[in-house]
Design a protein. Structure first.
Ligand SMILES: [Zn+2]
Lengths: 498, 499
């Protein structure tokens, strides 16, 4: 009988640990001037330094240090006045020097925290995730193992190596152990990675594209029997590359480990790989014969000793924290929790805010972006902002507010803009969609309607206001529905002395 | 003018158009052709590149362009420095045939000064050794006695000077690889302050100790070359962003009256050849005559320098040499389409590295491994700090420190090749300088009476005060020259076929 998640969590308490690798978006690599653009032809973005050619020497990218300090400050860390790079020695063909230059026991930022919120059974619940360290390192190249069935080096016919990624600056953010999350462990893991991603995006230090690998998460998880007070042996699930997968990987490990423990087996300390299709993990390298990386201080680099004044200047440039900003906007726009969450999940907060900044009503802006535009975008698999600009949506909303467009016409205008017919004004004039608001044109139609239905007009004159409906209908018909019905009603009643 | 002249004399002859750079280069190639089959100082001659460079200098001079002082003077380059398109082997099978796609910073500076690079000189494999016997391409022979070693690791560079194959050479010094070869060949060699000359393009043996420097037949020539290659390089994070001390002016000054010169007590006595000590003492007497004040200083931690060095240097080398894995350049063994990458790496490293290199990689791998790190690498770093403090204390009392460069004169080829510890002892007096990152010079101070072979005199100066060793070295050299009546190399037996 195997345990499911709920049964597992009744008996065992999970402890999390999260390691997130972030590729910085610096223009050049960590230790050389090579470009970092994603998707270039293999081995075109290389030089003697990042190929590890004999005699070449590294020089630290100052921008990468700046980004790392910003990350540390945003995560409430202290910035080390003196930190160092070390060499992590191991042989692998995609590592040009056969050592990785990485910070080890002297990281640039230490002891921070990040608060995250999840939706618990009884409302929103907050967790504080403590950050142990933020350190800098360089990425490795990429191996493509050709032939064989697994895509792994063993069994492959041959391997292709691309060193474009070798030397791209990485920042690793490591949490302390995260205890007492109970059954919410998978949600907390996801919320942490999501919150971290938002912060990194707001700092503009990384593309944070999990699907391209610019943000990768290792999920460490162990179980302890409830009440035992003893930490269990952990597994490390490597390179999980979506928020959903982070949650699934954590839940999957809870189930797997609980079932092993139930069966009287022990948990092996090992790295595991997450399988997208099944939501399960498969074993990788066992850490029991731990590799000895022979770390020692990198003699080719001098210590990183950022000036205290510089750190304070950087602190002043920190943007508003995403969570605080969300709270502020939610209050300012009076958005209910659920709608706010929808907006955040759809990643449309910035877009809505920009639309509001152009004068649009927040509720209207939100409903246009999350409604009509998102629907078409989802159908086509593109981003809403790729369909229509913030400026165009703001203009459409303004035209509705001034009465120049009805909601129905506005939808046609947006449809026209999306179809590539030009700006909202272009679509309105090409399709002839303007609300008839010219009083004299309307008056002509009103007079025509009165002439056609003199009896009805007489009844309205006599005080039977509801009878005006027939006349308004006739005017609307005559203007092809482009007249504002309220305006028609106002003019008609006035004309008939009401 | 002849190839036996000093570089500064050649430079003057070139400036006065008494000789062209092309003629001068060709004269040296002729000398190499007649003597290098016996000396084996060179691993590669870049005749085409050198003559093109020489022609360029001659053209510029004819056009009346302002040239750098050493423009057109030939030079021999230790095969550990990269030169674009020219084979760079580091004396190893591992890199046989590798042509670097880039120039080291030193080579860039040499080229822009118009110095003509004749070729690449022999060395102990990856600069590990004190005799040049560890070269994968056969040993270099000492021009004073072809049955003897020319020192190492830069034996090729120093031998090329002593054999008049080149008036200038570049060496690199990790534990004495410039100074000890200079000592045993009767030439001058300088290890500048660590960070004084860029390491970019110097194939690393031990990154925190390696330093490139000038080799020449006189102190002034070394200073002229020092001036060309020194200076801050943004490509080397450990290079020092400060003005280069005026070493040329110092070498010319010849006045050391009132200078305080410290004799290091620990660098004498047991293990030092009698003739080495007596020539050293005679040179000290010359310094006294020149008006210097001699002070005995004690550096108690020097005793541990050799042991600490043989932990730090192998540790760094075990990591630096990891890149020689056949994947991107150099030798590849066993790539038959069946064997995996790991096996090919193993086979290549087994076949490509020589015994001494393997010995040091194993030593270093062990010293860095977890559980041993603190006891070995960690302790060695502490010793390093203590050695620095010994120097700091000594330099509070003295302007420079002196000692013999090497404990013995040149020994016989093969004599110590099966006794690594005896071999390591050659560097006992030179290693403290590298451990502290300060400057050190070796210049000849006479011939040992028991074997008539040259003895080296070491001058050590504080970090970025390299001018001081040139000042003392220049003055001592002048005093000794007038005492001997001719340069020391003129006492050497003439090589067969030599000019
Ligand atoms: Zn590069």
């Amino acid at each position: 009988m195997s345990l499911n998640y709920d049964q597992a969590i009744e008996k065992y308490e999970p402890t999390l640990g999260l390691e997130v690798h972030v590729e910085l978006n610096t223009k050049s690599k960590m230790f050389c001037g090579c470009a970092t653009e994603f998707g270039a032809q293999p081995n075109t973005q290389t030089c003697p330094v990042c190929l590890g050619l004999p005699g070449a020497l590294p020089v630290v990218n100052k921008k990468a240090i700046e980004s790392s300090i910003l990350i540390g400050l945003a995560l409430n860390c202290s910035i080390a006045p003196f930190s160092r790079f070390a060499r992590k020695n191991y042989f692998y063909p995609d590592m040009p020097k056969n050592f990785q230059t990485s910070q080890y026991d002297e990281p640039i930022c230490v002891n921070g925290f990040l608060d995250v919120e999840i939706e618990a059974d009884d409302g929103m619940k907050s967790f504080r995730i403590e950050i142990e360290r933020v350190h800098m390192e360089e990425d490795t190249g990429k191996s493509l193992h050709v032939g064989g069935s697994t895509g792994r080096i063993h069994g492959a016919e041959y391997s292709l190596l691309d060193y474009n990624r070798a030397g791209i600056p990485l920042v690793e953010i490591v949490t302390k152990i995260v205890p007492n999350t109970g059954k919410y462990a998978p949600q907390v893991a996801r919320a942490y990675v999501a919150a971290l991603r938002d912060i990194l995006r707001s700092l503009n230090v990384s593309d944070v594209k999990m699907e391209q690998g610019s943000l990768r998460c290792d999920v460490n998880l162990s179980l302890s029997k409830i009440g035992s007070g003893k930490l269990g042996t952990r597994s490390e699930t490597k390179n999980v590359n979506s928020l959903r997968s982070v949650e699934r990987a954590a839940a999957g490990e809870v189930i797997r480990q609980a079932n092993r423990l139930e069966a009287g087996e022990r948990i092996v300390q090992e790295t595991r790989h997450f399988l997208e299709e099944s939501g399960q993990t498969r074993p990788g390298r066992s850490k029991e014969q731990a590799e000895d990386y022979r770390y020692f201080p990198e003699p080719d680099l001098v210590p990183v000793a950022p000036d205290a004044k510089w750190i304070e200047e950087l602190r002043k440039t920190l943007p508003e924290k995403p969570a605080a900003r969300r709270k502020r906007l939610q209050t300012a726009w009076s958005v209910p929790d659920k709608e706010m969450a929808a907006m955040v999940n759809a990643e449309l907060l910035d877009t809505v805010e920009e639309t509001v900044k152009l004068g649009a009503d927040p509720t209207k802006a939100r409903s246009w972006w999350l409604g009509e535009v998102s629907r078409v975008a989802n159908d086509r698999g593109v981003l809403p902002t790729e369909l229509i600009s913030v400026k165009d949506i703001a203009q459409v909303i303004a035209l509705i507010a001034s009465g120049e467009l009805t909601d129905k016409l506005a939808r046609q205008v947006v449809e026209g803009v999306i179809a590539g017919e030009g700006s909202p004004s272009d679509v309105i004039s090409k399709r002839g969609l303007k609300v008839v608001s010219d009083d004299s044109a309307l008056m002509k139609a009103i007079e025509d309607a009165i002439a056609a239905q003199p009896d009805t007009a007489e009844r309205v004159r006599g005080g039977n206001i509801p009878a005006a409906g027939a006349l308004i209908g006739a005017v609307m018909k005559a203007t092809g529905g482009q007249a504002d019905a309220a305006k028609v009603r106002e003019l008609l009643l006035k004309h008939l002395g009401q | 003018m002849s190839i036996r002249d000093n570089a500064s004399v050649m430079a003057a002859a070139l400036a006065n158009k008494e000789i062209s750079a092309v003629e001068l280069a060709n004269q040296h190639y002729e000398q190499i052709a007649s003597v290098d089959k016996n000396v084996h100082a060179f691993l590669y001659l870049d005749k085409e590149g050198a003559l093109a460079q020489a022609k360029e200098v001659d053209k510029k001079r004819a056009a009346g362009e302002k040239l750098s002082p050493l423009a057109g003077v030939p030079l021999a380059l230790k095969d550990v420095m990269t030169q674009k398109g020219v084979p760079t082997t580091c004396g190893s099978k591992m890199l046989e045939g590798w042509r670097p796609p880039y120039d080291s910073t030193v080579v860039t500076k040499l080229k822009s000064a118009g110095i003509v690079i004749l070729g690449k000189t022999n060395m102990d494999e990856f600069a590990m050794g004190s005799s040049t016997e560890n070269s994968a391409f056969g040993p270099t022979h000492n021009p004073w006695d072809l049955t003897r070693i020319p020192g190492g690791s830069g034996g090729g560079s120093s031998a090329s000077l002593a054999a008049y194959e080149a008036p200038l050479a570049i060496g690199t010094d990790t534990g004495g690889s410039i100074r000890q070869p200079a000592a045993v060949t009767g030439t001058v060699g300088v290890k500048p302050t660590y960070g004084g000359v860029s390491r970019y393009g110097l194939v690393a043996f031990s990154s925190s100790l390696d330093q490139a420097g000038p080799c020449a037949r006189t102190v002034l020539d070394a200073a002229l070359l020092h001036q060309v290659i020194a200076g801050f390089d943004p490509k080397d994070s450990t290079s020092i962003n400060q003005a280069v001390p005026d070493v040329v002016a110092a070498a010319k000054k010849l006045d050391i009256k009132g200078m305080k010169i410290g004799v290091v007590k620990q660098l004498a006595g047991d293990g030092y050849q009698k003739g080495v000590e007596s020539k050293f003492n005679e040179a000290v007497a010359e310094l006294v005559k020149l008006g210097a004040e001699i002070i005995e200083v004690s550096c108690p931690n020097f005793e541990y320098a050799l042991a600490a060095y043989y932990l730090i240097a192998p540790s760094e080398c075990s990591s630096n040499l990891a890149r020689f894995d056949s994947m991107r350049f150099g030798l590849r063994i066993g790539d038959d389409g069946v064997k995996g990458a790991e096996e090919v790496m193993n086979l290549t490293r087994q076949a490509g590295f020589g015994r001494e290199v393997k010995r040091r990689i194993i030593l270093g791998t062990y010293a860095l491994s977890s559980g041993y790190y603190d006891a070995y690498y960690g302790s060695a770093q502490k010793v390093r700090t203590l050695i620095k403090r010994d120097f700091d204390a000594a330099f509070e009392k003295c302007d420079v420190l002196i000692s013999p460069t090497a404990p013995t004169t040149a020994f016989k080829i093969g004599e110590k090749s099966n006794d690594p510890l005896a071999m390591y002892l050659n560097d006992i007096a030179t290693i403290p300088v590298n451990m502290a990152g300060i400057g050190g010079m070796s210049l000849p101070c006479g011939l040992a009476e028991e074997d008539n072979l040259p003895v080296g005199f070491q001058i050590m100066s504080p970090a970025m005060k390299d001018d001081r060793m040139y000042l003392v070295g220049g003055a001592l050299e002048a005093a000794l020259l007038s005492k001997w009546g001719k340069p020391i190399l003129d006492f050497a037996p003439k090589l067969a076929g030599s000019k």
